[in-house]
Design a binder for this molecule. Structure first.
Ligand code: BGC
Length: 519
């Protein structure tokens, strides 16, 4: 989603808090003494190695999500949302996107052309159960099931390993009524956890013989920031951080229900050597103080790092439930090693897009400051989303996952680049850092580029082009055209390495073509 300046506006109304977080600071930058905004976020300097390598069996994949590439998801909240004037830039509608169901063969051919051996996509709840009655009576939509089976069959024939997400931002409209945004919706609803568990169980049964790698929920905190702080996601309204974290706590319960259901329902090894592995795709970032000479900014960056990057996985891996989000397990509702939560991910899924500065001038509850995600006051190259390009942050994010002692998959990483001028360098530098993290001892097993094709980029519509393959939206055939990065991806995937000379030969970053928000 387009985390944008509105986030800042959202944070401005939040209450003040002075929690004490014990986690160490994330020192993202070099030793820069200058005290000015963003001075620690220094341009990328690659290490001196001659090449970066990847182990045998490493997954080089691409990722997508149903709402962003399928047509006809008319019973999803996002479908209704996109019809509300002012919610999506240029009034773009998901139905005018890549139409993936009509192009299964093209997409699988694109994966093959990029040398990919893995594909992450979502199965859409509102496609399979478009109405509450169809869900309650367990009457799935046959055409929907058939389409996903067809995709999985084509992937298998191409030797491409699937990873399936069961909730990627879009929710059936009977669980998210956007006309009643002040009532509990999506993960706030009490019925959501058991229903989500049931949804996962049914999908595990239906597709378990074809799928071993599962993601229950994509970017839980981005989803909720989008809905309740920024208001760029349904149902809104924005500016309610208490509501956001109450929803986050319920969402954890829904994930746990999904985790257990998938383990119960999927008992068939589809080719990975084990029947089922389940996680979330967690968006982690680097948080740096806006001014590293300002103690309050430093403290706020630490707290934000804890709440955003660690709080949820601490609960799911260790069972450490920090109910008041203060970084200590001493509150009345906190729990250490809670068996109801502990061990409810089998691997770590992590999406990485970059760095945020944290400004403590105004102190947001729980995190003590205001993180900014775009238009940062730095000298770093920027993407079409106006996000900083910060490859070494990926290595730092990966290193931060070491205490969990689980295999790691980078479930998303990519850049919006409509002119296809920066994608190759972005890809190469990030993969270089992944290899560095492996050398550091992080058990990284795979990397999924976001995204296989250009797609509906939520509130930014079709302007940002993240695809390894560009979509010609105007053509009736929705032609998939390889970017330069697709050829580079293939080379790296086939050789399982990238040389410093290859990166040096790529053009320097060009100025981005910024994509406006809806308003
Ligand atoms: C989401 C994707 C989105 C991408 C780029 C992630 O936040 O999972 O759906 O397209 O970032 O904004």
């Amino acid at each position: 989603m387009a985390l944008n300046r509105a986030v800042v506006a959202a944070f401005l109304v939040a209450a003040c808090s002075s929690n004490d977080v014990t986690t160490p600071p994330t020192d993202a930058g070099g030793e820069v003494d200058e005290c000015k905004p963003g001075s620690r976020v220094t341009p990328y300097v690659r290490d001196k190695a001659a090449e970066a390598t990847f182990p045998a069996g490493f997954l080089f994949g691409a990722a997508s999500a149903g709402m962003q590439i399928e047509k006809g998801l008319t019973h999803a909240d996002w479908y209704q949302w996109a019809n509300v004037p002012g919610k999506v830039a240029a009034g773009d509608k998901p139905d005018n996107g890549p139409d993936a169901f009509a192009h299964i063969e093209d997409d699988v051919n694109a994966l093959k052309a990029a040398g990919a051996n893995a594909y992450r996509f979502s199965i859409e709840w509102s496609r399979i159960y478009p109405t509450r009655a169809s869900f309650d009576s367990n009457t799935p939509d046959k055409a929907g099931l058939d389409a996903y089976h067809a995709l999985l069959t084509a992937l298998k024939a191409a030797g491409i390993r699937p990873m399936v997400t069961l909730h990627h931002f879009a929710t059936p409209d009977y669980l998210d009524d956007i006309t009643k945004p002040r009532e509990p919706q999506t993960f706030e609803r009490d019925e959501m956890a058991p229903m989500f568990g049931e949804w996962c169980k049914r999908m595990g049964k239906e597709f378990g013989a074809e799928v071993d790698d599962w993601i229950t929920i994509n970017e839980p905190l981005v989803l909720l920031v989008g809905a309740y702080l920024v208001g760029a996601h349904p149902p809104g309204p924005p500016l309610d951080i208490d509501r956001m974290f109450n929803a986050a706590k319920k969402l954890v319960k829904a994930h746990v229900a999904g985790y257990r259901a998938l383990h119960e329902a999927d008992t068939v090894d589809a080719g990975t050597g084990r029947a089922v592995a389940v996680s979330i795709a967690k968006h982690n970032r680097i948080f740096v103080p806006l001014d590293h000479c300002e103690e309050r900014d430093v403290e706020a960056a630490k707290k934000t790092d804890y709440v955003w990057n660690q709080w949820m996985y601490n609960a799911l891996v260790f069972g450490d439930w920090d109910d008041d989000l203060d970084g200590k397990l001493d509150g009345p509702n906190d729990k250490k090693a809670d068996p109801a939560l502990k061990g409810t991910v089998d691997y770590i899924g992590v999406n990485y897009y970059g760095v945020s500065t944290v400004d403590a001038t105004l102190q947001l509850k729980f995190i003590g400051g205001v993180p900014a995600y775009d238009h940062l006051p730095t000298d770093l190259p920027k993407t079409d989303m106006s996000w900083d390009i910060y490859p070494h942050g990926l290595r730092q994010v990966l290193n931060q996952l070491k205490p969990y002692k689980l295999p790691v998959y980078i479930t998303e990483n990519g850049t919006g680049d409509s002119k296809d001028v920066n994608k190759s360098r972005y890809l190469a530098e990030h993969l270089w850092e992944v290899s560095g993290a492996i050398r550091d001892g992080v058990d990284v097993r795979g990397y999924y580029y976001w995204s296989l094709t250009d797609n509906f980029e939520w509130d930014r519509g079709f302007c940002p082009r993240f695809g390894l393959f560009q979509i010609d939206y105007a053509s009736p055939a929705k032609t998939r055209k390889p970017t330069r990065a697709a050829a580079l991806f293939k080379q790296i995937a086939e050789q399982k390495k990238i040389t410093a000379a290859t990166i040096d030969g790529l053009p320097a970053y060009a100025a981005p073509t910024p994509c406006p928000g809806p308003r």
